[in-house]
Design a binder for this molecule. Structure first.
Ligand SMILES: [Zn+2]
Length: 309
């Protein structure tokens, strides 16, 4: 958890300040620090036109701001840029040490920025007591699993010009965090894929609130692994997925506002107990929702409180 505090502390910092904090530790002579500052500010030639906010860390996402009409590539791949010049850059769980952002402005000038991606370490999480068929599916399950994975992929692939992601994030459910992003999973003693969501323990029926504005792109009544599943599209191929629900309360195509009740917490699919599994995907990258939303409110000291009813 130390790692998280470390990252949260930097959340929302301008990238340049983040970079400063890495480069400019106290041990460096003043002249070196001044020189680094100078390079940061002027090496790109047009520094004021390109800025980033958010932590450049594995599992993280940063929002870039260029100018209207600019085109942007990330590691050579073109990404959507909003009318105001906003674009998103995401870093998968095991992203390499750098990422190259290149911007071409409408007047023909171009600018590039090499981002240094902070490496994270991940825990191993052992979960026992799952139905064995959910850990090692039977042959007859494969076709269903394949179809459901394709449906989720299709829902997450929508590339909508909306910029719902600019208005900040809230927790969809409040409660103890029972699983974190990136942890290596050992299910019933067998190594499996890492966990890509944040799990929040809450009783069946607890309302799930939209963490940000979006449009519903999938509402499935029951998938093999993820049970009742909902996908909310925030624009620019950034989506939230909610797994193991009791039921969904919205339909595909619905326009949702941040805070709207969209579903109920459940224990459907491959689970050992009721919780919400919240995942985020940006294009091909799996994003850690905890890095965007910040600390869970009202948790510290909760165990000392007495329930009245
Ligand atoms: Zn989970």
């Amino acid at each position: 958890m130390d790692n998280f505090r470390h990252i949260n502390f930097r959340r929302g910092m301008r990238y340049s300040r983040y970079f400063d904090s890495l480069c400019m530790n106290r041990s460096k002579p003043l002249l070196t620090r001044v020189l680094i500052t100078f390079l940061l500010l002027f090496s790109t030639g047009a520094g004021a036109e390109l800025s980033f906010s958010g932590p450049p860390v594995q599992g993280g996402m940063i929002t870039g701001k260029s100018t209207p009409g600019a085109s942007v590539t990330v590691d050579g791949v073109p990404v959507r840029v909003s009318g105001e010049g906003y674009f998103l850059v995401g870093f998968d769980r095991d992203h390499s040490a750098t990422s190259l952002v290149e911007v071409r402005y409408p007047d023909g000038r171009s600018e590039s920025r090499m981002l240094n991606i902070e490496k994270r370490t991940y825990d191993i999480q052992r979960i026992d007591g799952l139905p064995q068929r959910k850990v090692t599916p039977e042959k007859m399950d494969y076709e269903r699993i394949r179809k459901e994975a394709a449906a989720i992929k299709k829902a997450r692939e929508k590339d909508d010009p909306r910029t719902d992601f600019l208005n900040g994030w809230r927790w969809p459910v409040e409660g103890p965090i029972s699983g974190v992003y990136g942890s290596q999973r050992v299910l019933n003693g067998e190594p499996r894929r890492p966990h890509y969501g944040v799990d929040i323990a809450a009783p069946v029926g607890t309302p799930v609130k939209a963490p940000a504005d979006g449009i519903v792109t999938l509402a499935h009544p029951g998938m093999f692994f993820s049970g009742v599943t909902l996908v909310l599209d925030h624009g620019h191929q950034l989506s939230s997925s909610f797994l193991h629900l009791n039921k969904t309360l919205v339909s595909v195509g619905d326009r949702i506002s941040k805070g709207d009740i969209i579903a109920e917490v459940g224990n459907s699919g491959r689970v050992t107990g009721a919780h919400l599994d919240w995942r985020m995907n940006l294009r091909d990258a799996r994003i850690d929702p905890q890095l965007l939303v910040g600390a869970m409110p009202n948790q510290a000291g909760d165990r000392n409180k007495t329930k009245i009813n």
